[in-house]
Design a protein around this ligand. Structure first.
Ligand SMILES: C[S@@+](CC[C@H](N)C(=O)[O-])C[C@H]1O[C@@H](n2cnc3c(N)ncnc32)[C@H](O)[C@@H]1O
Length: 279
């Protein structure tokens, strides 16, 4: 058995790419296979910097988490579609600021769940649940979620780079409404999504989708700003910067850590997101 095969958890199919493993590869992780690396390489070939979308997203996810832990005072986190454990996981970012915060991760990828349980379940304030984020009732009624999070106190709910992997025939705004309805006032929603700016500007991301489809992954949906806005039902969006009242912006523009010394390529702007608060 090769090194690559030695860690394959049960139910992991290494003949087709998986979203979680492609993302892991794009972030520089090791939990991926040839089939995932080939899919990402092909996307980069048709749209330079395609895999930068993952880094842009993860960096924003960390900035948003710091904001929630440090400034919003959130102590409970429900991270849906959390992915494979990476360099800075939500609980690590949070715990640097608040050592007693509770975090529940959810993912439906068997590799993510297997790794997550091993890495995280030994910490009593962090849990990993294998579940489908498009089934809000199942997630919200899950005994681990109910046992670990107190739904009478504010919670941060994450849909960080997850909803663009869901098919068009699902009622995505309805799914988000169900989650938001379950959250108490003072809770936050962190959501990022692949964005098609339309016209010629959107051509590269349409090529990425076609390329992933050709590799057997029908899971990258670049949607319009209007479609993405509908995923924040009844929420007030936190301004994206000191001089911007707009809450939903390219992630690169959301409270950047510092000046960008090089101009990012246009593809890197094709993921937008916001942090919404429930009043
Ligand atoms: C691009 S990764 C994002 C990981 C992480 N949220 C982040 O922002 O760094 C998308 C993750 O969503 C998970 N995912 C996609 N659809 C899902 C579903 N229906 N239920 C649970 N997890 C899902 C994938 O397995 C993958 O780990």
């Amino acid at each position: 058995m090769s090194d690559e095969q030695s860690w394959i958890p049960p139910r992991v199919d290494v003949t087709v790419p998986s979203v979680a493993r492609c993302y892991d590869f794009a972030l520089g992780g090791k939990d991926n296979f040839d089939v995932d690396r080939a899919a990402v390489a092909a996307a980069n070939a048709v749209a330079p910097e395609a895999s930068e979308l993952a880094k842009v997203n993860r960096s924003w996810h960390i900035r948003a988490t710091r904001f929630l832990a440090e400034h919003a005072g959130i102590t409970q986190y429900l991270d849906l579609g959390a992915g494979l454990p990476t360099a800075e996981n939500t609980h690590e970012v949070v715990r640097r600021i608040n050592g007693s915060a509770h975090v529940v991760y959810v993912d439906n990828d068997p590799a993510a769940a297997a790794h997550g349980r091993v890495l995280l379940d030994d910490h009593h304030l962090t849990r990993y649940v294998e579940g489908d984020l498009t089934e809000p009732d199942e997630i919200l009624d899950h005994p681990v979620v109910l046992g670990h999070l107190d739904f009478t106190r504010p919670i941060a709910l994450y849909q960080s780079a997850t909803m663009h992997h869901q098919p068009d025939d699902l009622d995505l705004p309805g799914i988000m409404r169900r989650y938001v309805d379950a959250l108490p006032a003072g809770s936050y929603v962190v959501l990022s999504h692949f964005w098609d700016p339309g016209g010629e500007a959107g051509a590269p991301v349409r090529r990425i989708r076609e390329s992933m489809l050709a590799h057997g992954l029908d899971a990258d949906h670049f949607r319009s700003r209007e479609q993405i806005e509908r995923l924040f039902p009844g929420l007030e969006l936190v301004p994206s910067g000191p001089n911007s009242a707009d809450g939903l912006v390219p992630l690169l523009d959301w409270w950047p850590d510092g000046p960008l010394l090089t101009e990012p390529g246009p593809v890197q702007r094709c993921i937008i997101g916001a942090v919404g608060v429930k009043r």
